[in-house]
Design a protein around this ligand. Structure first.
Ligand code: NAG
Ligand code: NAG
Length: 299
């Protein structure tokens, strides 16, 4: 990100309160909002954390590998756009298959199978489910994750430092004391719906309703294009928080940032997306091939 643009964003974000990411936290103070905008998104249930985790098999990509921007949308909403660096060896069929089957198990580099959601992010992902398997438009999905677990830094133009491949996986497991994860940046979205799912696009949205009607208040879209001559997948990610209503967008952003400074939240989310999408180069094509031995497309 260009430093002039960053400076402008820092000014905009300065009004949001800072968050202490350690110690005890009062959940009731962290998202000063209620229905109908965004429901309480705290992770409270260690039963939804994995019993164990795989080693950190690979280094994740850094934010510097991508072209990205966190910008204000309208008066009070936010937009995150990411153009990921090309992903070698991953086909569009495999990428679509991954989104369709995140809730089921797939082959990992150690020869065992794991929930594909956990393969997508070895460190941050805890739990995923969908009311339709394979995924389809209209399905309701659940996502439990802890973006940037074990990484130090606060973003805002400064790089985070994350545990390298080979170090112990800091991702939380069922036996992790709640005091270790309860105050961290976390996602517990239980009502995210599939808005769009095609050969090149998946879009998830959270709907918020007020007496006047409903709107898609937080949406995440991934779009991909495969280049056969180069054998690379190009992926763009767009996250939108808020729908253009200046008053309601404040409450929506408060629910989304979940106690974290809004710009920091956006940048944490950016790095998490860059890490997970980029890591598909290490495992996805082999997992796809193993699950679809007769598939002719997608190598
Ligand atoms: C997510 O939040 C809901 C309340 O909105 C709660 O019932 C559920 O247990 C939470 N999930 C986890 C994994 O803590
Ligand atoms: C929040 O929860 C209420 C009741 O549990 C539900 O009716 C409503 O749809 C939820 N809102 C969102 C935005 O998920």
């Amino acid at each position: 990100m260009k430093s002039a643009a960053l400076a402008a964003l820092l000014l905009i974000a300065a009004a949001a309160p800072a968050l202490a990411l350690t110690g005890t936290c009062d959940f009731s103070q962290r998202s000063p909002i209620g229905t109908p905008y965004v429901n309480n998104t705290k992770v409270t249930d260690a039963g939804r954390l994995p019993a164990s985790r795989t080693p950190l098999w690979w280094d994740f990509r850094t934010l510097q590998s991508a072209t990205w921007a966190c910008t204000k949308k309208g008066l009070n909403g936010w937009t995150l756009t990411i153009t990921h660096a090309p992903i070698p060896g991953v086909t569009k069929e495999a990428f679509k298959w991954m989104w369709a089957n995140l809730a089921t198990k797939a082959l990992a580099p150690d020869g065992n199978t794991y929930p594909m959601f956990q393969l997508l992010h070895l460190r941050d992902h805890a739990f995923h489910d969908s009311t339709a398997k394979p995924l389809k438009v209209g399905a309701t999905t659940t996502w439990v994750e802890f973006p940037l677990t074990g990484c130090s830094g606060s973003g805002k133009g400064q790089p985070w430092t994350c545990p390298p491949a080979g170090s112990a996986n800091p991702g939380f497991v069922q036996s992790s004391p709640q005091s270790e994860w309860q105050c961290l940046d976390q996602v517990n979205a239980t009502t995210t719906k599939v808005m769009l799912f095609s050969a090149s696009t998946v879009k998830f949205g959270t709907q918020g309703c007020i007496p006047a009607g409903c709107a898609w208040i937080i949406t995440t879209q991934h779009r991909w294009i495969y280049s056969k001559p180069k054998n690379v997948l190009s992926v763009k990610t767009t996250l939108r928080v808020g729908y253009g209503n200046p008053t309601n967008d404040v409450k929506i952003v408060d629910g989304w940032r979940n106690g974290v400074d809004a710009l920091e939240k956006c940048e944490r989310q950016a790095l998490h997306f860059v890490e997970e999408i980029g890591s598909t180069e290490h495992w996805l094509q082999a997992a796809y091939k193993a699950a679809n031995p007769t598939a002719t497309a997608g190598r």
